[in-house]
Design a protein around this ligand. Structure first.
Ligand SMILES: *Cc1c(COP(=O)(O)O)cnc(C)c1O
Length: 376
């Protein structure tokens, strides 16, 4: 098999299969989280909606607008924006906004007045991470302000959300604390006169392990892409394959160094193959001298420090052809490395590997059938 350029093959069939697992597990209360360009997978909103997602969550308004342009006609929520974000554009595109403070809520309310669109807002409470929700001591005032604006008619509170810190460790007592804090926050919202909103706390790990409890909506990102932070699930499928063509080959003798600093020195006569992608395309440099690729049915090590635009494979006795396809990671079905292997080699999590593949690498969306046809 040959390729003419590095390619990130997005297995849409696997994304759909993973999505329908979560749609089943959540009785259809599935918000697909497609932030960071769909965890690096590109335009997949329609695939996840087809497979059972009933809403979509992203970080920024720009991301939400891109999801709308991709043809999504379900509710779309954007949950992290600066106070001067373009809330008017969001409201005109029917994008729901999460707010974590009174200033942000006021900005959304002003945009609602200007656009004559009632803003659908989700109130976001911090249940433990000290990160992007409302601090617990500010929660009651936020609920009161939201209730007042709701009476004025500029906003409608349609959701209350939180996010858990330790859900990948279901036995951690912090999960109980956070579930309790969230339940209290929901009670406070009701006491301040808010009603008819949905609640959502759990993401992938909390949904798989049950650590988040049951809610009206579950926000699932990583799991759609075969990533299980709790490492307990067995039925999720890898969704990406990264391949590159050989653009150069050479044979070297013992003692010859490879790459910057000549960190790697060949132990004996061997063949090298050059691949035209590097850390500038998202290969983690920290995986230098650890990572392996798959070619001609076997694993081969990448040798030397990764460069920005290229890496070198030691192919041993095999002299590869120019244009021959090498797999950096894939579905792991025939010995090829997986995203999980790369995360281990780089001392990071799978999320970071998949979201960093750069824009120089073309995304090619495929289902299994067409992929097999391409191999045939
Ligand atoms: C990223 C994110 C999610 C999705 O989490 P996963 O673990 O990827 O399922 C859910 N909620 C918020 C607020 C997020 O930032």
């Amino acid at each position: 098999m040959t390729t003419s350029a590095p390619q990130l093959v997005v297995h849409d069939d696997a994304i759909r299969a993973n999505t329908s697992r979560f749609a089943d597990r959540t009785d259809g209360r599935l918000m697909a989280v497609l932030k960071a360009d769909g965890f690096g997978h590109g335009a997949i909103a329609r695939s996840v909606i087809d497979a059972g997602a009933t809403s979509i969550g992203v970080t920024t308004i720009d991301e939400a607008l891109a999801i709308r342009r991709d043809g999504a006609d379900v509710p779309v929520l954007s949950w992290l924006n600066p106070v001067d974000a373009d809330f008017e554009a969001a409201l005109l595109a029917d994008v729901d906004i999460a707010v974590s403070g009174v200033e942000l809520l006021s900005a959304v309310s002003r945009a609602a007045l200007r656009t004559r669109r009632r803003a659908r807002v989700h109130l976001h409470v911090d249940v433990g991470m000290s990160r992007d929700g409302a601090a617990p001591e500010t929660w009651s005032a936020l609920c009161t302000a939201a209730r007042e604006l709701q009476l004025l008619g500029t906003v409608r509170v349609v959701g209350v959300m939180g996010h858990m810190s330790c859900a990948d460790r279901p036995e951690d007592p912090q999960n109980d604390r956070e579930r309790l804090l969230f339940a209290n926050a929901v009670r406070t919202a009701r006491r301040r006169g808010l009603a008819g909103f949905v609640t959502h706390l759990a993401a992938t790990a909390a949904t798989i392990t049950g650590a988040g409890g049951t809610h009206d909506v579950h926000r699932i990102g990583a799991g759609l892409f075969g990533i299980d932070p709790s490492a307990t699930s067995t039925d999720l499928r890898p969704t990406l394959s990264l391949t590159a063509p050989v653009v150069g080959t050479r044979e070297i003798g013992a003692g010859v160094g490879i790459g910057y600093g000549l960190d790697h020195v060949a132990a004996g006569r061997t063949n090298l193959a050059l691949l035209p992608l590097g850390y500038g395309d998202g290969l983690p440099r920290s995986a230098s001298e650890r990572a392996e690729v798959h070619v001609r049915g076997r694993r081969r090590p990448l040798v030397g420090r990764f460069s920005m635009d290229m890496v070198v494979v030691d192919t041993g006795d095999d002299r590869l052809h120019l244009g021959e396809t090498v797999t950096l990671f894939g579905r792991g079905t025939d010995g090829d490395p997986t995203v999980a292997d790369w995360a281990r080699w780089a001392d990071t999590i799978e999320h970071e590997i998949v979201t960093r593949i750069g824009s120089r690498v073309a995304r090619v969306h495929r289902s299994t059938d067409t992929l097999e046809a391409a191999h045939a």
